[in-house]
Design a protein around this ligand. Sequence first.
Ligand SMILES: [Ca+2]
Length: 176
Amino acid sequence: MPISSLQITPSGPHEVEEDDPLDIAVAIEVSPTDIPYSIEWLDESGNRFDSDQLKTTVYPIDSTFYTVVVTAGGCVEEGDIEVDVIYQIDPTQIFSPNGDGMNDTWYVDDIDKYPNANVSVYNRLGALVYQSKGYNNEWEGRSQNGMPLPLATYYFVIDLNQFGTKAVTGHVTIIR
Ligand SMILES: [Ca+2]
């Protein structure tokens, strides 16, 4: 039996925090309404991971897209669903730039996921002591002119420069 129309509306785009599951969905309008339809869910590599569900749960480990394919009465419609994974960066609160090979630089876990991040570090007087566009976990606790900074607690602002993220602020202490 021929159909007069098949329309699909995939959900998204979505944002999800790393390690969190995400529900993605598709709305289907088929006419006449009693035509049976089938649904296939494909990942970015084209592998089917679910079928015959309007909604499915995904566990993305990186930003990706999913494809939903709906077939009804010989008609096929497909759509993509974008998913952006938001990574939680995790700055260490203390480091010891004394050259012993352990914790000699300030480590910010997952900062590599944000190549456009602006990292700024201030002393307690509010003076900027370090700044970096993108950060490769390389700061050795030196001032902008290369001098070792006093052992102290500093204030940092990390602007991830990505839509949907907030600046991350906190304190980091230099010991030796
Ligand atoms: Ca050290």
